[in-house]
Ligand binder design. Structure first.
Ligand SMILES: [Zn+2]
Length: 683
């Protein structure tokens, strides 16, 4: 009985602090103290499983990983808003509304437009029941278990009622920056990070992402008696939902414009990204009378802030080599203040971007922050005097001196050095991964540990860890050389002497891998498992592959000229030659049979067809993403097609797909899928 009382008390306390944290943004206890409460609750619930209730705060993370999201139709369409970009356009909106309603003056509410991802939340008798993405507006994905992990979403309302509410899931800027630190492929902005997170299939992973939500409107609520938007927001807050504190009731469009100006000034200090305001007719009765068009409601409009720009001098262009070996040019700027933040660097994306905009050192440039946290260079101002020579993109890696490889059909460049310090850890991880040499137990954290302890320094040194005869002696030797090895490895979760020995055994076992796996494990740019198998079958030995000429490679149907040139460049690097020689001397020559590829039947793969232009994505990039997600592309829609990806100005394929009832994926959704794909690989 005592346990039961304490459980109730703990649940109450945790809800109270959730509310303080999110509702009022004024936490009263530290994160540590909060975790203590949660631990105690989990512990008591373990002891008293009969007292577990679905709305307990401990039940936020309970969902199992999904295979795919179920599709749920929206009872009322989730339309997007029309955008306006100037106060004149806002006045036009006001004139239209007045005319349609036949009134002189309209009362509006103005709210912040949170730069996040829309979601619909359904409560049944006060209990959170289902959460759905906007999707295509008519139907969305069931992301209930992902939303449950967000602490600012109450699992239980203060009133037992049936209600659908809508809101914007977002990632606060601080949380976003910390989270991006942990990623190999950082998200460009908090919005993308929120979208990618919500589309992950494993709620436990979502729970680690710093997501939050603001509720801003009603969905399907049959018996809502409250007459205005402003009062509805109050009511939603009273139910325990988190409503953004910045909203104002405005008499007429002039007051609306004044408040929009105030909101724009709030922007740098909010701690989350907004990209404008939302202006709504306050009376719900008037909203109903105004109705909707096929795309958007007539009673609301978004006012988008102009992008934040400044001019400064480009002092230098440096090249950063990322963990994936990608070379990214970065602009070093004369520091300048932009929307309250001091900016001294901007991204230049890639070589083509610099050429296209003809950006040169010492130019006067316009920089902009628009949603993205990292500013970019919009363009160059005309110069009064002579300019510097055009920037020459390096042909060798600034970190290791290996040749730079530009990918076929892509603007990105990569370092080809297999032992480049920038990409070393990632390359070793890749080498050991499942599809390559499959060294069980040698994941990210272990590789990192072994590198930090100096136990391995490159790929061949993995094989110097093999035990020779007496394993106890081996361990002793290793520990003798590096006293922290055993202790620190054992202190990692799930590690002990036994698992150290298991690791050594799987290293030993990996020496028998087949040639296609060995080729794949080298991480040759744009040579994945499929092409590795083709190369292995065609050339028969590592020696032959590494000596292949461009002409020989071009005889293989799957290989284009750029890829052929890249393969030749890759094998001509000193670092590659030395790696292959070391592996050979250690007996790793790809002569084993283990893991030889079984050709996969094409019927297993999902078939995608593209139509229209995908924003910010070339066909080649889209195709690569599809392949990475385990699918293939086809030119025409047929019954075999799994889904049609629709960009701007789609062609006749769209109609055909609709006739055949084939799944339609919008460009935006596809980008989110692509991000989730990266997540799966990256984590
Ligand atoms: Zn390098």
């Amino acid at each position: 009985m005592k346990g039961e009382l304490r459980i109730d008390e703990l649940r109450g306390l945790i809800r109270y602090h959730d509310d303080k944290y999110y509702g009022n943004a004024s936490p009263e206890i530290s994160d540590y103290e909060y975790d203590q409460l949660m631990h105690e609750l989990l512990h008591l619930e373990d002891e008293h499983p009969e007292l577990i209730r679905e709305d307990s705060p401990s039940r936020r993370v309970g969902g199992q990983p999904l295979k795919e999201f179920a599709t749920i139709p929206h009872t009322i369409a989730m339309l997007s808003l029309d955008n306006t970009y100037s106060y004149d356009e806002l006045r036009d909106f006001d004139i239209r509304v007045k005319k349609l309603l036949g009134r002189e003056e309209i009362e509006y509410t103005v709210e912040l437009k949170i730069d996040g991802v829309s979601a619909s939340l359904i409560y049944h008798q006060g209990e959170f029941q289902q959460g759905v993405t906007r999707g295509n507006g008519m139907e969305g994905d069931d992301i209930t278990w992902n939303l449950r992990t967000i602490r600012s979403i109450p699992l239980q309302l203060n009133e037992s009622m049936d209600i659908e509410v809508r809101g914007e899931v977002y990632m606060p800027v601080k949380g976003f920056e910390a989270f991006n630190q942990t990623r190999d492929v950082p998200f460009a902005n908090p919005r993308n990070a929120a979208a990618g997170s919500l589309h992950m299939l494993d709620p436990k992973q979502v729970a680690k992402r710093p997501l939050s939500i603001f509720i801003h409107s009603l969905g399907n609520v049959p018996n809502w008696t409250i007459p205005t938007q402003e009062q509805s927001l109050c009511k939603l807050q009273g139910l325990g939902l988190v409503v953004n504190p910045y909203h104002r009731l405005c008499q007429g469009i002039d007051e609306v414009i004044t408040y929009c100006q105030e909101c724009e000034k709030l922007r740098p200090d909010l701690g989350y990204e907004i990209d404008g305001t939302v202006v709504k007719v306050n009376s719900l009765e008037f909203q109903k009378r105004l109705g909707v068009t096929s795309r958007s409601p007539r009673w609301a409009v978004a006012y988008k802030f102009t992008a934040q720009q400044a001019t400064t001098i480009l002092k230098d262009i440096i090249i950063q080599v990322g963990r994936t070996g990608a070379l990214t040019p970065v602009a070093i700027l004369e520091p300048v203040e932009l929307a309250g933040v001091k900016i001294s660097r901007a991204t230049l994306h890639n070589e083509d971007e610099i050429k296209r905009k003809d950006i040169r050192i010492n130019d006067r440039v316009v920089i902009e922050r628009s949603g993205d946290v990292i500013p970019k260079i919009v363009g160059v101002l005309p110069a009064a005097e002579g300019r510097n020579a055009p920037f020459i993109f390096p042909t060798t890696c600034p970190e290791c001196g290996a040749m730079v490889i530009r990918l076929e059909g892509e603007a990105r460049s990569f370092c080809s050095g297999v032992n480049c310090p920038a990409g070393r850890q990632r390359r070793i991880e890749y080498f050991a991964s499942k599809g390559c040499m499959n060294i069980e137990g040698m994941g990210t954290s272990v590789v990192k540990q072994l590198l930090e302890e100096g136990i391995i320094e490159d790929i061949p040194s993995i094989y110097t860890l093999r035990k020779n005869g007496d394993s106890a002696l081996f361990l002793e030797e290793k520990i003798g050389r590096c006293p922290h090895f055993s202790k620190r490895l054992c202190s990692l979760e799930g590690w002990g002497d036994k698992s150290v020995e298991n690791l050594l055994a799987s290293i030993e076992e990996s020496t028998t891998r087949s040639l296609n796996r060995l080729i794949n494990s080298l991480g040759i740019p744009q040579v994945g498992s499929k092409l590795s198998t083709v190369l292995a079958e065609h050339f028969g030995s590592m020696e032959n592959v590494s000596c292949a000429t461009q002409d020989e490679l071009l005889n293989i149907p799957d290989i284009g000229p750029k890829t052929a040139a890249n393969i030749v460049t890759f094998f001509s690097q000193e670092q590659t030659k030395s790696l292959l020689a070391s592996l050979k001397s250690l007996g790793i020559n790809g002569k084993g049979k283990e893991g030889a590829a079984v050709p996969r039947s094409r019927g297993d793969e999902a078939e995608f067809v593209l139509t229209g232009t995908l924003p910010n994505l070339s066909r080649a990039e889209a195709t690569e993403i599809i392949q990475r997600l385990g699918g293939r592309t086809a030119d025409n829609v047929s019954k075999k097609t799994s889904a049609l990806i629709v960009g701007d100005k789609p062609g006749s394929k769209l109609k055909k797909a609709q006739q055949l009832g084939i799944r339609i994926i919008l460009a935006e959704e596809f980008k989110e899928m692509a991000m989730v794909g990266i997540d799966k690989n990256g984590e």
